[in-house]
Design a protein around this ligand. Structure first.
Ligand SMILES: [Zn+2]
Length: 169
């Protein structure tokens, strides 16, 4: 099931009141969460939960930002994958033994497998995004708990999701 309606495509993440930059260069976590948004931009393709684990869907969120913009680790962890799969430069970070984050369709990779990263460390940069999508440059962000994908936006913004989504577009 696809939810790529015009309405869904204009969901935007507005952060007019960005907190001061974190000491390591990344933004601090918002209250209610220990995870930071890997990149601030516009959600050009939201999470679309599949009807079952094998069905088609969009198991992540595509966030658009200028080509080459830094993409940061949401939380401390260990890089479990950093490489090229069929032309897709992607990084996976194990935040703990259950929770894993994915950063896909990167333009460049800035970390290597086995490396420890701190929250806010740059893991790569924005690339062109899903091939043939027709969308502006974007990254595909995903999250898995015990192997099951869920909407990463909930992870990043915690209880303050309503503050960040503008549905008026
Ligand atoms: Zn995507």
């Amino acid at each position: 099931m696809r939810t790529s309606s015009a309405k869904a495509l204009v969901i935007a993440l507005f952060l007019a009141a960005l907190p001061a930059a974190h000491a390591d260069g990344g933004p601090p976590p918002r209250s209610g969460t220990t995870f930071v948004v890997p990149i601030y931009g516009t959600v050009v393709h939201p999470y679309d939960a599949p009807d079952d684990p094998f069905a088609a869907g969009h198991r992540g969120v595509d966030v658009s930002a200028p080509l080459g913009s830094p993409v940061r680790a949401s939380a401390p962890g260990t890089v479990s994958f950093a490489g090229n799969v069929a032309g897709d430069l992607s990084v996976s970070i194990d935040y703990d033994s259950h929770l894993k984050g994915g950063y896909s369709f990167l333009g460049q990779i800035a970390v290597r497998k086995g490396q420890h990263v701190e929250r806010g460390d740059v893991v790569g940069s924005v690339g062109r995004g899903h091939p043939g999508s027709g969308l502006p440059p974007h990254v595909h962000l995903s999250a898995r708990r015990d192997g099951v994908y869920f909407d990463p936006l909930g992870l990043y913004v915690g209880s303050r999701l309503d503050d960040l989504l503008d549905l008026t577009g």
